[in-house]
Design a protein around this ligand. Structure first.
Ligand code: SF4
Length: 348
């Protein structure tokens, strides 16, 4: 746990006032801020985890149109929930939000405290604090990657954090100390807005920052050196996938409902899932190769045509017609790859 700088705390009322004044004059008009409700707050906080606002906007609009409240979401099928989430990634969020709605819809009234919200699926400390402060005006500080960045820069905190989660834990006492009892939800949103629009990674525009006068790094021009993290070790992996068409249908793999990852989502099968050896499949025609980063892995996926029989007999393998392809839930990258290959992909 860190001690916080007395100067910032001594002037915290002026800091809060400067931040809030800037926020109220400059906050972006976002749909979950217009006619705010508990449900909109919860949905937006789930969608915004690991995802930028501009990506979330169309998903949020579609979601609210189809599931306007906890009850409507609770009554929906998981397949429909996943379909509306398709392309947003991190699908556990969609399943957790669905389960959360089912739990909340059964209660006589919505949970009120951070502790109660933490018991619901997918709600961590950040999300619980955001919900109770924004929806109920409770004094709970939100600390995510954006807020970590601001706090580390305000303090010129040179600690090397292991990762974003441990930095958030270490900087939480400072965030709590800076939180006003009046309108804590607006203060939290102001911090998020500052981190998203001004105190960004890279070179923040410190001369126009509303809290520059309270910042240890902005005025001296070295803000981008903070926060500091231990260098991550990145591993490399390769995955060989099979593109197999038969009678106009495409072979896809659909993870079982109870699977830890990607449950009920369709993907192009790996060689192993199709009962084939990766090195044999890799000798076939290369249709597409893409590299992406997932957590600490650099994963190169290559998709090869397989015109022969598929040896695997598995309930998780399905032949899907073009008409059903658009309706099936595919993970975002696989949807893109399938479209690219069907359109005559770059490496074809
Ligand atoms: Fe961030 Fe710069 Fe503002 Fe400091 S002055 S809080 S580094 S934008």
């Amino acid at each position: 746990m860190k001690t916080h700088p007395t100067s910032l705390i001594t002037h915290k009322t002026d800091f809060q006032r400067a931040l809030l004044g800037w926020y109220r004059a400059n906050a972006r008009a976002l749909p979950w801020r217009e006619a705010p409700s508990l449900y909109k707050t919860v949905v937006s906080e789930f969608m915004l985890q690991q995802t930028q606002v501009k990506t979330v906007l169309p998903y949020f609009a579609r979601w609210l149109a189809e599931f306007p409240d906890f009850e409507a979401l609770a009554a929906a099928s998981e397949a429909r929930v996943l379909k509306l989430w398709e392309g947003l990634g991190y699908y556990a969020r969609a399943r957790n939000l669905h389960r959360l709605a089912q739990a909340v819809a059964k209660l006589p009234e919505a949970p009120r405290t951070v502790t109660d919200w933490r018991e619901l699926p997918g709600v961590g400390p950040y999300t619980a604090a955001a919900i109770v402060s924004i929806a109920f005006g409770d004094a709970a500080a939100c600390v995510d990657g954006n807020v970590v960045r601001i706090l580390a820069r305000l303090m010129a905190d040179g600690s090397k954090f292991r990762d974003s989660a441990s930095a958030a834990r270490e900087l939480s006492p400072l965030a709590e100390a800076l939180l006003p009892r009046e309108a804590p939800g607006d203060h939290n949103q102001a911090m998020m807005e500052l981190g998203a629009t001004l105190c960004t990674k890279g070179n923040p525009p410190c001369p126009v920052c509303p809290v520059r006068g309270f910042c240890a790094t902005g005025p001296r021009g070295d803000a981008k050196k903070f926060p500091r993290f231990d260098p991550k070790t990145t591993g490399r992996r390769t995955v060989v996938r099979v593109w197999c068409e038969r009678n106009g249908k495409l072979l896809l793999h659909r993870a079982a409902a109870g699977a830890r990852r990607l449950a009920e989502l369709h993907e192009l099968p790996t060689a192993e899932q199709a009962g084939l050896e990766a090195k044999t499949v890799a000798r076939g025609q290369l249709l597409l190769r893409r590299t992406r980063a997932i957590t600490r892995w650099q994963i190169t996926e290559s998709i090869h045509a397989w015109p022969k029989k598929i040896p695997a007999r598995s309930s998780e393998l399905a032949w899907v017609s073009p008409a059903k392809l658009e309706k099936a839930s595919l993970s975002g990258p696989h949807r893109r790859w399938v479209r690219e290959i069907l359109a005559g992909g770059k490496n074809r």
